[in-house]
Design a protein around this ligand. Sequence first.
Ligand code: ZN
Length: 223
Amino acid sequence: MQKKLNLQKLKTFFKKNMYFIIMGVSVLAIGAMITVAVVASDKKAPTDSTPSDTIVLPPVDDTPVVDPVPDTPVVDTPEEPTPTPIVFISPVAQGSIIKDYTMDTLVYSSTLKQYQVHNGIDFAGEEGAVAVAVYAGTVESVTYDALNGTVIKINHGNGLVSEYSSLSDPTVSVGQVVAQGTTLGLLSTSATSEMNDGAHLHFSVSENGQIVSPHGYLADGNK
Ligand SMILES: [Zn+2]
């Protein structure tokens, strides 16, 4: 009797809640289908990458073609060698210019008793003053002649030569590499063509054999 009553209640329960039961079963069924689908796709995934299934496509050059922007010209700046400007020191320390360089106007030579150009600068100094190399270079020649006295030429390269005349007691020899400021000899009256000017240095500069103004190389203080 008790059992029958329970069965009756159960039937009544199903009849009343049939809709919810169907819904619940349906939800379970859908959930099971999704689970099966997910598991199946997980199992199937590795087979997709097997070589037989893989279609090897040629590499696609998907780099966008970028046309060079025409209004930004490529500025070609070649490295121009900037030569170090050559600046001479004074060939005579504490020296004073007693006759300047002049190739445009004639100046009177008290020794030769005539007007002539002066292709260098005459520096006079104190007793025993020395002449020094105005710039680093190599001694090209050490010569003597009566008109110019002892003459030393120093080659600075690139055709630039400095010339020191009216010297005595030269202290350098041909081929010797000298630094800027190296002592070359003593100021003297050895240049008979300028002997009336007293002990001095006649200093001249040439570029490729052509006399040029030493002022183009001497520092401003010596102009
Ligand atoms: Zn002179």
